[in-house]
Write a protein of this length. Sequence first.
Length: 247
Amino acid sequence: MKGGAVELFTQFGMFFASRWLHILSGITWIGLLYYFNFVQVPSFATMDAGARTEAIDKLASRALWWFRWAAVATVVTGVLILGFQDPNGFDPDYWGTIQGSSILTGILMGVIMFLNVWGVIWRNQKVVLASAAQVLAGGQPMPEAAAAGRKALLASRTNAVLSIPMVWFMTFTSHFSGKYTNADGTLAYWLIVFAIVILIEANGLGLLAGTDPGPTKKPLETVKGALISGFVVWAVLYLLWEVLFSY
């Protein structure tokens, strides 16, 4: 920084550029997540089999490309933000502070969502895309496609649920978390957060019911249910902040 001007290719400039790109990537990722859950899936349900197969092959395949790589870009730029932190202004004990707990909550949920994208959603959607291509080529649907689509849907709806508190904590950290000053409840907070996140993820993966291709989970079956669940999780976590981190 010279004469009050910001030079992009300084450490501070790269820190700012990483944050900017992180926001752009995150908008793309979460925007497509909402498109899939709130627009595409309900729309596909109203189509006949032929139109749906065509849309999966032509539309969903392109959207999934942007979706999964936007997730990668979001995580990579998030890591770059941490890497370009000013060593003279960044306290290594930050992660043990109240603000550190806030951003770590967002990071935890973001990482789980990223793992769902590449480990569950994309892995199963590849089967759905291959089945659609096979049908368009004159063949029969792959028998495993329905189960794969079901698993991808539950993981995607789980990500939609987690995205609501995740975005809250990503913005809450800088703009609001500093109003809380009592760090005595940090351990209790993390025990509860991990329990909540583990239950949500286990439910989305179908581990709680042990059925294949996955249980009928009413909170994840509908757009309304996913939205309500996401805001309920947010409300519970926000209440924890009020109870554990306020005097």
